[in-house]
Design a protein around this ligand. Sequence first.
Ligand SMILES: [Zn+2]
Length: 411
Amino acid sequence: MSRHSPEGGLIIEWLAGRRRELRDLISNYVAIDTRSPNEHAAEPFLRNLMRSIGYELVSAGDWERARQHPDWSPHPAAQAENVAWVGRPRSEPDNARPAIVFNAHVDVVPASTDQAIATADDWVSGRGSCDTKANLVMVVEVLRCLQELGRRSRYCVRFHLPTYEEIGGNGTLALILADAQRSRPAGAICLEPTGLFAYTGHRGCLTYHLKIDGRSIHMGSEGAAGDPIRAAANIIVALGGLEAELNKEVCSQPGFGWTRRPLQVTVAQVSGGGWIGSSPESCLLVGNVGVAPGASFEAIEARLEQLGRRVVGDDLILRWSFSTGLRNHPYVSPNLGHLQELVDRSQSGGEHRIWSASCDARHYQRLLDVPAVIFGAGSLASAHTRDERISLLEVEKGAALLAEWLAERSI
Ligand SMILES: [Zn+2]
């Protein structure tokens, strides 16, 4: 990773001289509250950012078709607003060079109440800093760097700036459906906090809701039915076993050797109970299940239903629902084409790796059949946390890597 050409040295020097501007751009973007459906608050910032490199920001997206599409996410919060943007060069005709799409979602997950933005010489913290606001700024700085150093990019870079990524990916779906008439890109890079590894696929994700119904009765009385809260506790333990099984099944598949826990079975919410002097009436569990490439949502649903019956028996009524939340398909890009060189240059060193989280990259492979990789500065372990942060050094390193990949070779 330290092998840079003399021109690579110039790029690194240029980036190091922009440290203050880099920090200001990232912290200004992080300061805008873009929790869904508030992404439109970032539009003036995004317009200025695009303008600063000779790009225009255009609102885009075929929401009518997206809503009819089988990949539309059933998340209820995703219905509220229809907005997403494309960033494109003002002047260049579309077909002059192969196009590469950089996808950087504008939305962030809700912040912790005590979360504040802070900056230091070499980092910025705040909700959305690494997931994924710094990564959009990183690519804009790459293009600015190439322009100022008089270097031409081998690809026409376009931006997809979707909404709703964190709640299922409908923004990117709408952008791709609206773009379908244009020439297909040669590849798509979804900007996410991957520690500068380039992942060539991701696992899928299915949200479940399980309502366990009993019948509340005075504590101490005879004839109490099963207890939904105790049943929920047993199901939570069994879900841990299911996770272990799923990971055992997938560990020999290509792309999963780098991690022990690529598929997670989570319990994100537990609610229920009732009057303190009664046995509980019901309990609700909500969570996600990781889905391996090749596995179907229906197969996972059937396994969950079996697990519930096995653990609880017939004492209580189990109502599973899979129609609200994430239904993110897994994907793998088998042929990387123009993106192969980027994967070779990334921290993965060309190794095929499947990411242990999901994002919008799947839409490009599934809908357009173009290679898609997931790449960016920042750590997944920092994303969505109360001290989410991004290292500016890492952003500069990622920018140098991208700039050297994009720059046309001088002969
Ligand atoms: Zn993200």
